[in-house]
Design a protein. Structure first.
Length: 41
């Protein structure tokens, strides 16, 4: 993963990136932020 993508997602390591598959698209997100959003639902 390019460094600028990590910086944009505020991730320092690849372990903190999640790939979310929805319909016909893929979202690349910070996995920590995504987990917190799921817990708030």
């Amino acid at each position: 993963m390019p460094k600028n993508v990590h910086e944009f997602l505020d991730c320092l390591t690849v372990n903190r990136i999640a790939f979310i598959f929805e319909n016909d698209s893929v979202k690349i997100v910070n996995s920590d932020v995504y987990a917190m959003q799921l817990l708030q639902l």
